[in-house]
Design a protein around this ligand. Structure first.
Ligand code: COA
Length: 373
């Protein structure tokens, strides 16, 4: 068996930012339009008026202050309320592949490696922009990587499940190295017209290079152990899929073809699931709370992270022990915990232990125990 290690990380951050105030102004203008268009039905009691959103609620409920997006013009246009992304020719790099190139290039540079050193590409994300060919194979081609590539989707846990898949292949010897890349265009599947969730997501792409530890050239983290778990739930769901046109009225503008969640239930059910998952994983690997120098958690909600941090450590996390990036990026699905890891790991000392944990739709939970080499 070979020892796998994360030797490089990369984060592509879009250039456009939407603050909570900008978002709420657009949403409230949209609500005014909606209420004016439906004034008769609302007056007749046939339809509920659309209520205003509020920046104060968003910050208090989630901790989010802003989000990065690929296009803010469409999202902030009260008559559009979704991003506009340029249609691409089949011979041009796709939107996801383009984001991935930047993140993967950063990860390779950090590790001091080139495409020739990589054996596989896993594109692990919540949504893929087409059914086939796999986005991962396009990324492989654009980077000039030999070997193989495939897409995988475990929603918010895609990155950690991808790390486990790649680490297992490296352990067993079928490959020497893999790029696990997470292009998340959450702005395109978020329902910006629904005030319960319109503030939740942002766009980003992360990448990690995983290699045999013996091949590492610089700063790297040994992957000591990984653990994945799933449990079916409809509380986070998106019904958009290839059967859509086979069903009557499914090509209409339907609410269930975008992200839907029962946030309260998610909150209540996912917290014990994740806390127990991490506690069991650590106990089985002989890692005590006092051994843990850092927790890089999924970035959905500050209160959730505070709760999990306290459960895992048995006390309130100290400053920097459980870094959050959600105030700047919002929820970026599978990429969130990897952004936190990429930005807040280089100061750890040799021998220090840290844990990445993602969780979300499925439900799904993935944890990765790392040791700074
Ligand atoms: N602005 C103002 N008020 C709002 C609002 C908004 N944007 N959105 C909802 N509200 C209102 C609700 O209508 C509700 O009003 P009511 O009490 O009169 O019914 C009240 O605020 C509370 O709403 P609720 O949805 O219960 O808020 P919450 O405290 O549960 O916070 C979430 C909402 C989404 C932040 C929270 O449930 C959460 O983080 N859940 C888990 C999310 C998660 O991790 N998802 C994973 C996605 S991959």
């Amino acid at each position: 068996m070979h020892q796998p290690a994360i030797t490089g990380t990369g984060v592509f951050t879009p250039s456009q930012i939407i603050t909570n105030d900008e978002l709420v102004a657009a949403f409230n203008a949209h609500a005014d339009l909606y209420n004016a268009e439906n004034a008769e039905k609302i007056a007749a009691g046939l339809l509920e008026p659309k209520p205003y959103s509020s920046s104060e609620f968003i910050h208090a409920a989630s901790g989010i202050e802003q989000r990065y997006v690929l296009d803010k013009t469409g999202v902030l246009d009260p008559e559009v309320m979704h991003p506009w992304l340029r249609e691409r020719d089949d011979d041009e790099p796709g939107q996801m592949a383009e984001m991935a190139l930047e993140a993967c290039t950063q990860a390779l540079e950090m590790a001091g490696k080139t495409a020739g050193d990589v054996d596989a590409v896993l594109c692990a994300a919540s949504n893929h922009e087409r059914a086939y060919p796999a986005v991962a194979i396009e990324i492989q081609d654009l980077l000039g990587i030999q070997g193989f590539a495939f897409d995988m989707n475990v929603a918010c846990s895609s990155a950690t499940f991808g790390i486990q898949a790649a680490a297992d292949m490296i352990r067993s010897g079928s490959i020497r190295s893999a790029l696990v890349v997470n292009p998340e265009i959450c702005s395109a599947h978020l329902e910006w017209r629904d005030r319960d969730c319109h503030f939740i997501f942002g766009d980003v792409c992360t990448a990690v290079l995983i290699e045999r530890a013996e091949d590492a050239k610089g700063l790297h983290f040994l992957i000591k152990s990984t653990r994945c778990a799933t449990q079916f739930s409809n509380n986070i769901r998106n019904n958009n899929g290839f059967l859509r046109r086979t069903r009557k009225d499914h090509m209409e503008d339907r609410r269930d073809m975008q992200f839907m969640q029962n946030g309260r239930k998610v909150f209540k059910e996912v917290l014990p699931l994740v806390s127990k998952h991490i506690a069991d994983h650590m106990a089985d690997e002989g890692v005590a709370a006092t051994d843990l120098k850092r927790l890089w958690l999924h970035q959905a909600n500050k209160t959730m992270n505070d709760y999990i941090g306290k459960k895992v450590l048995g006390r309130d996390p100290a400053d920097g022990e459980q870094p959050n990036i959600l105030q700047d990026y919002a929820n970026t699905s599978s990429a969130g915990s990897i952004i936190a890891f990429a930005k807040y790991s280089k100061d750890l000392q040799p021998g220090d232990t840290g844990l990445i944990c993602s969780f979300g739709a499925g439900y799904s939970v993935g944890s990765v125990i790392l040791e700074r080499a």
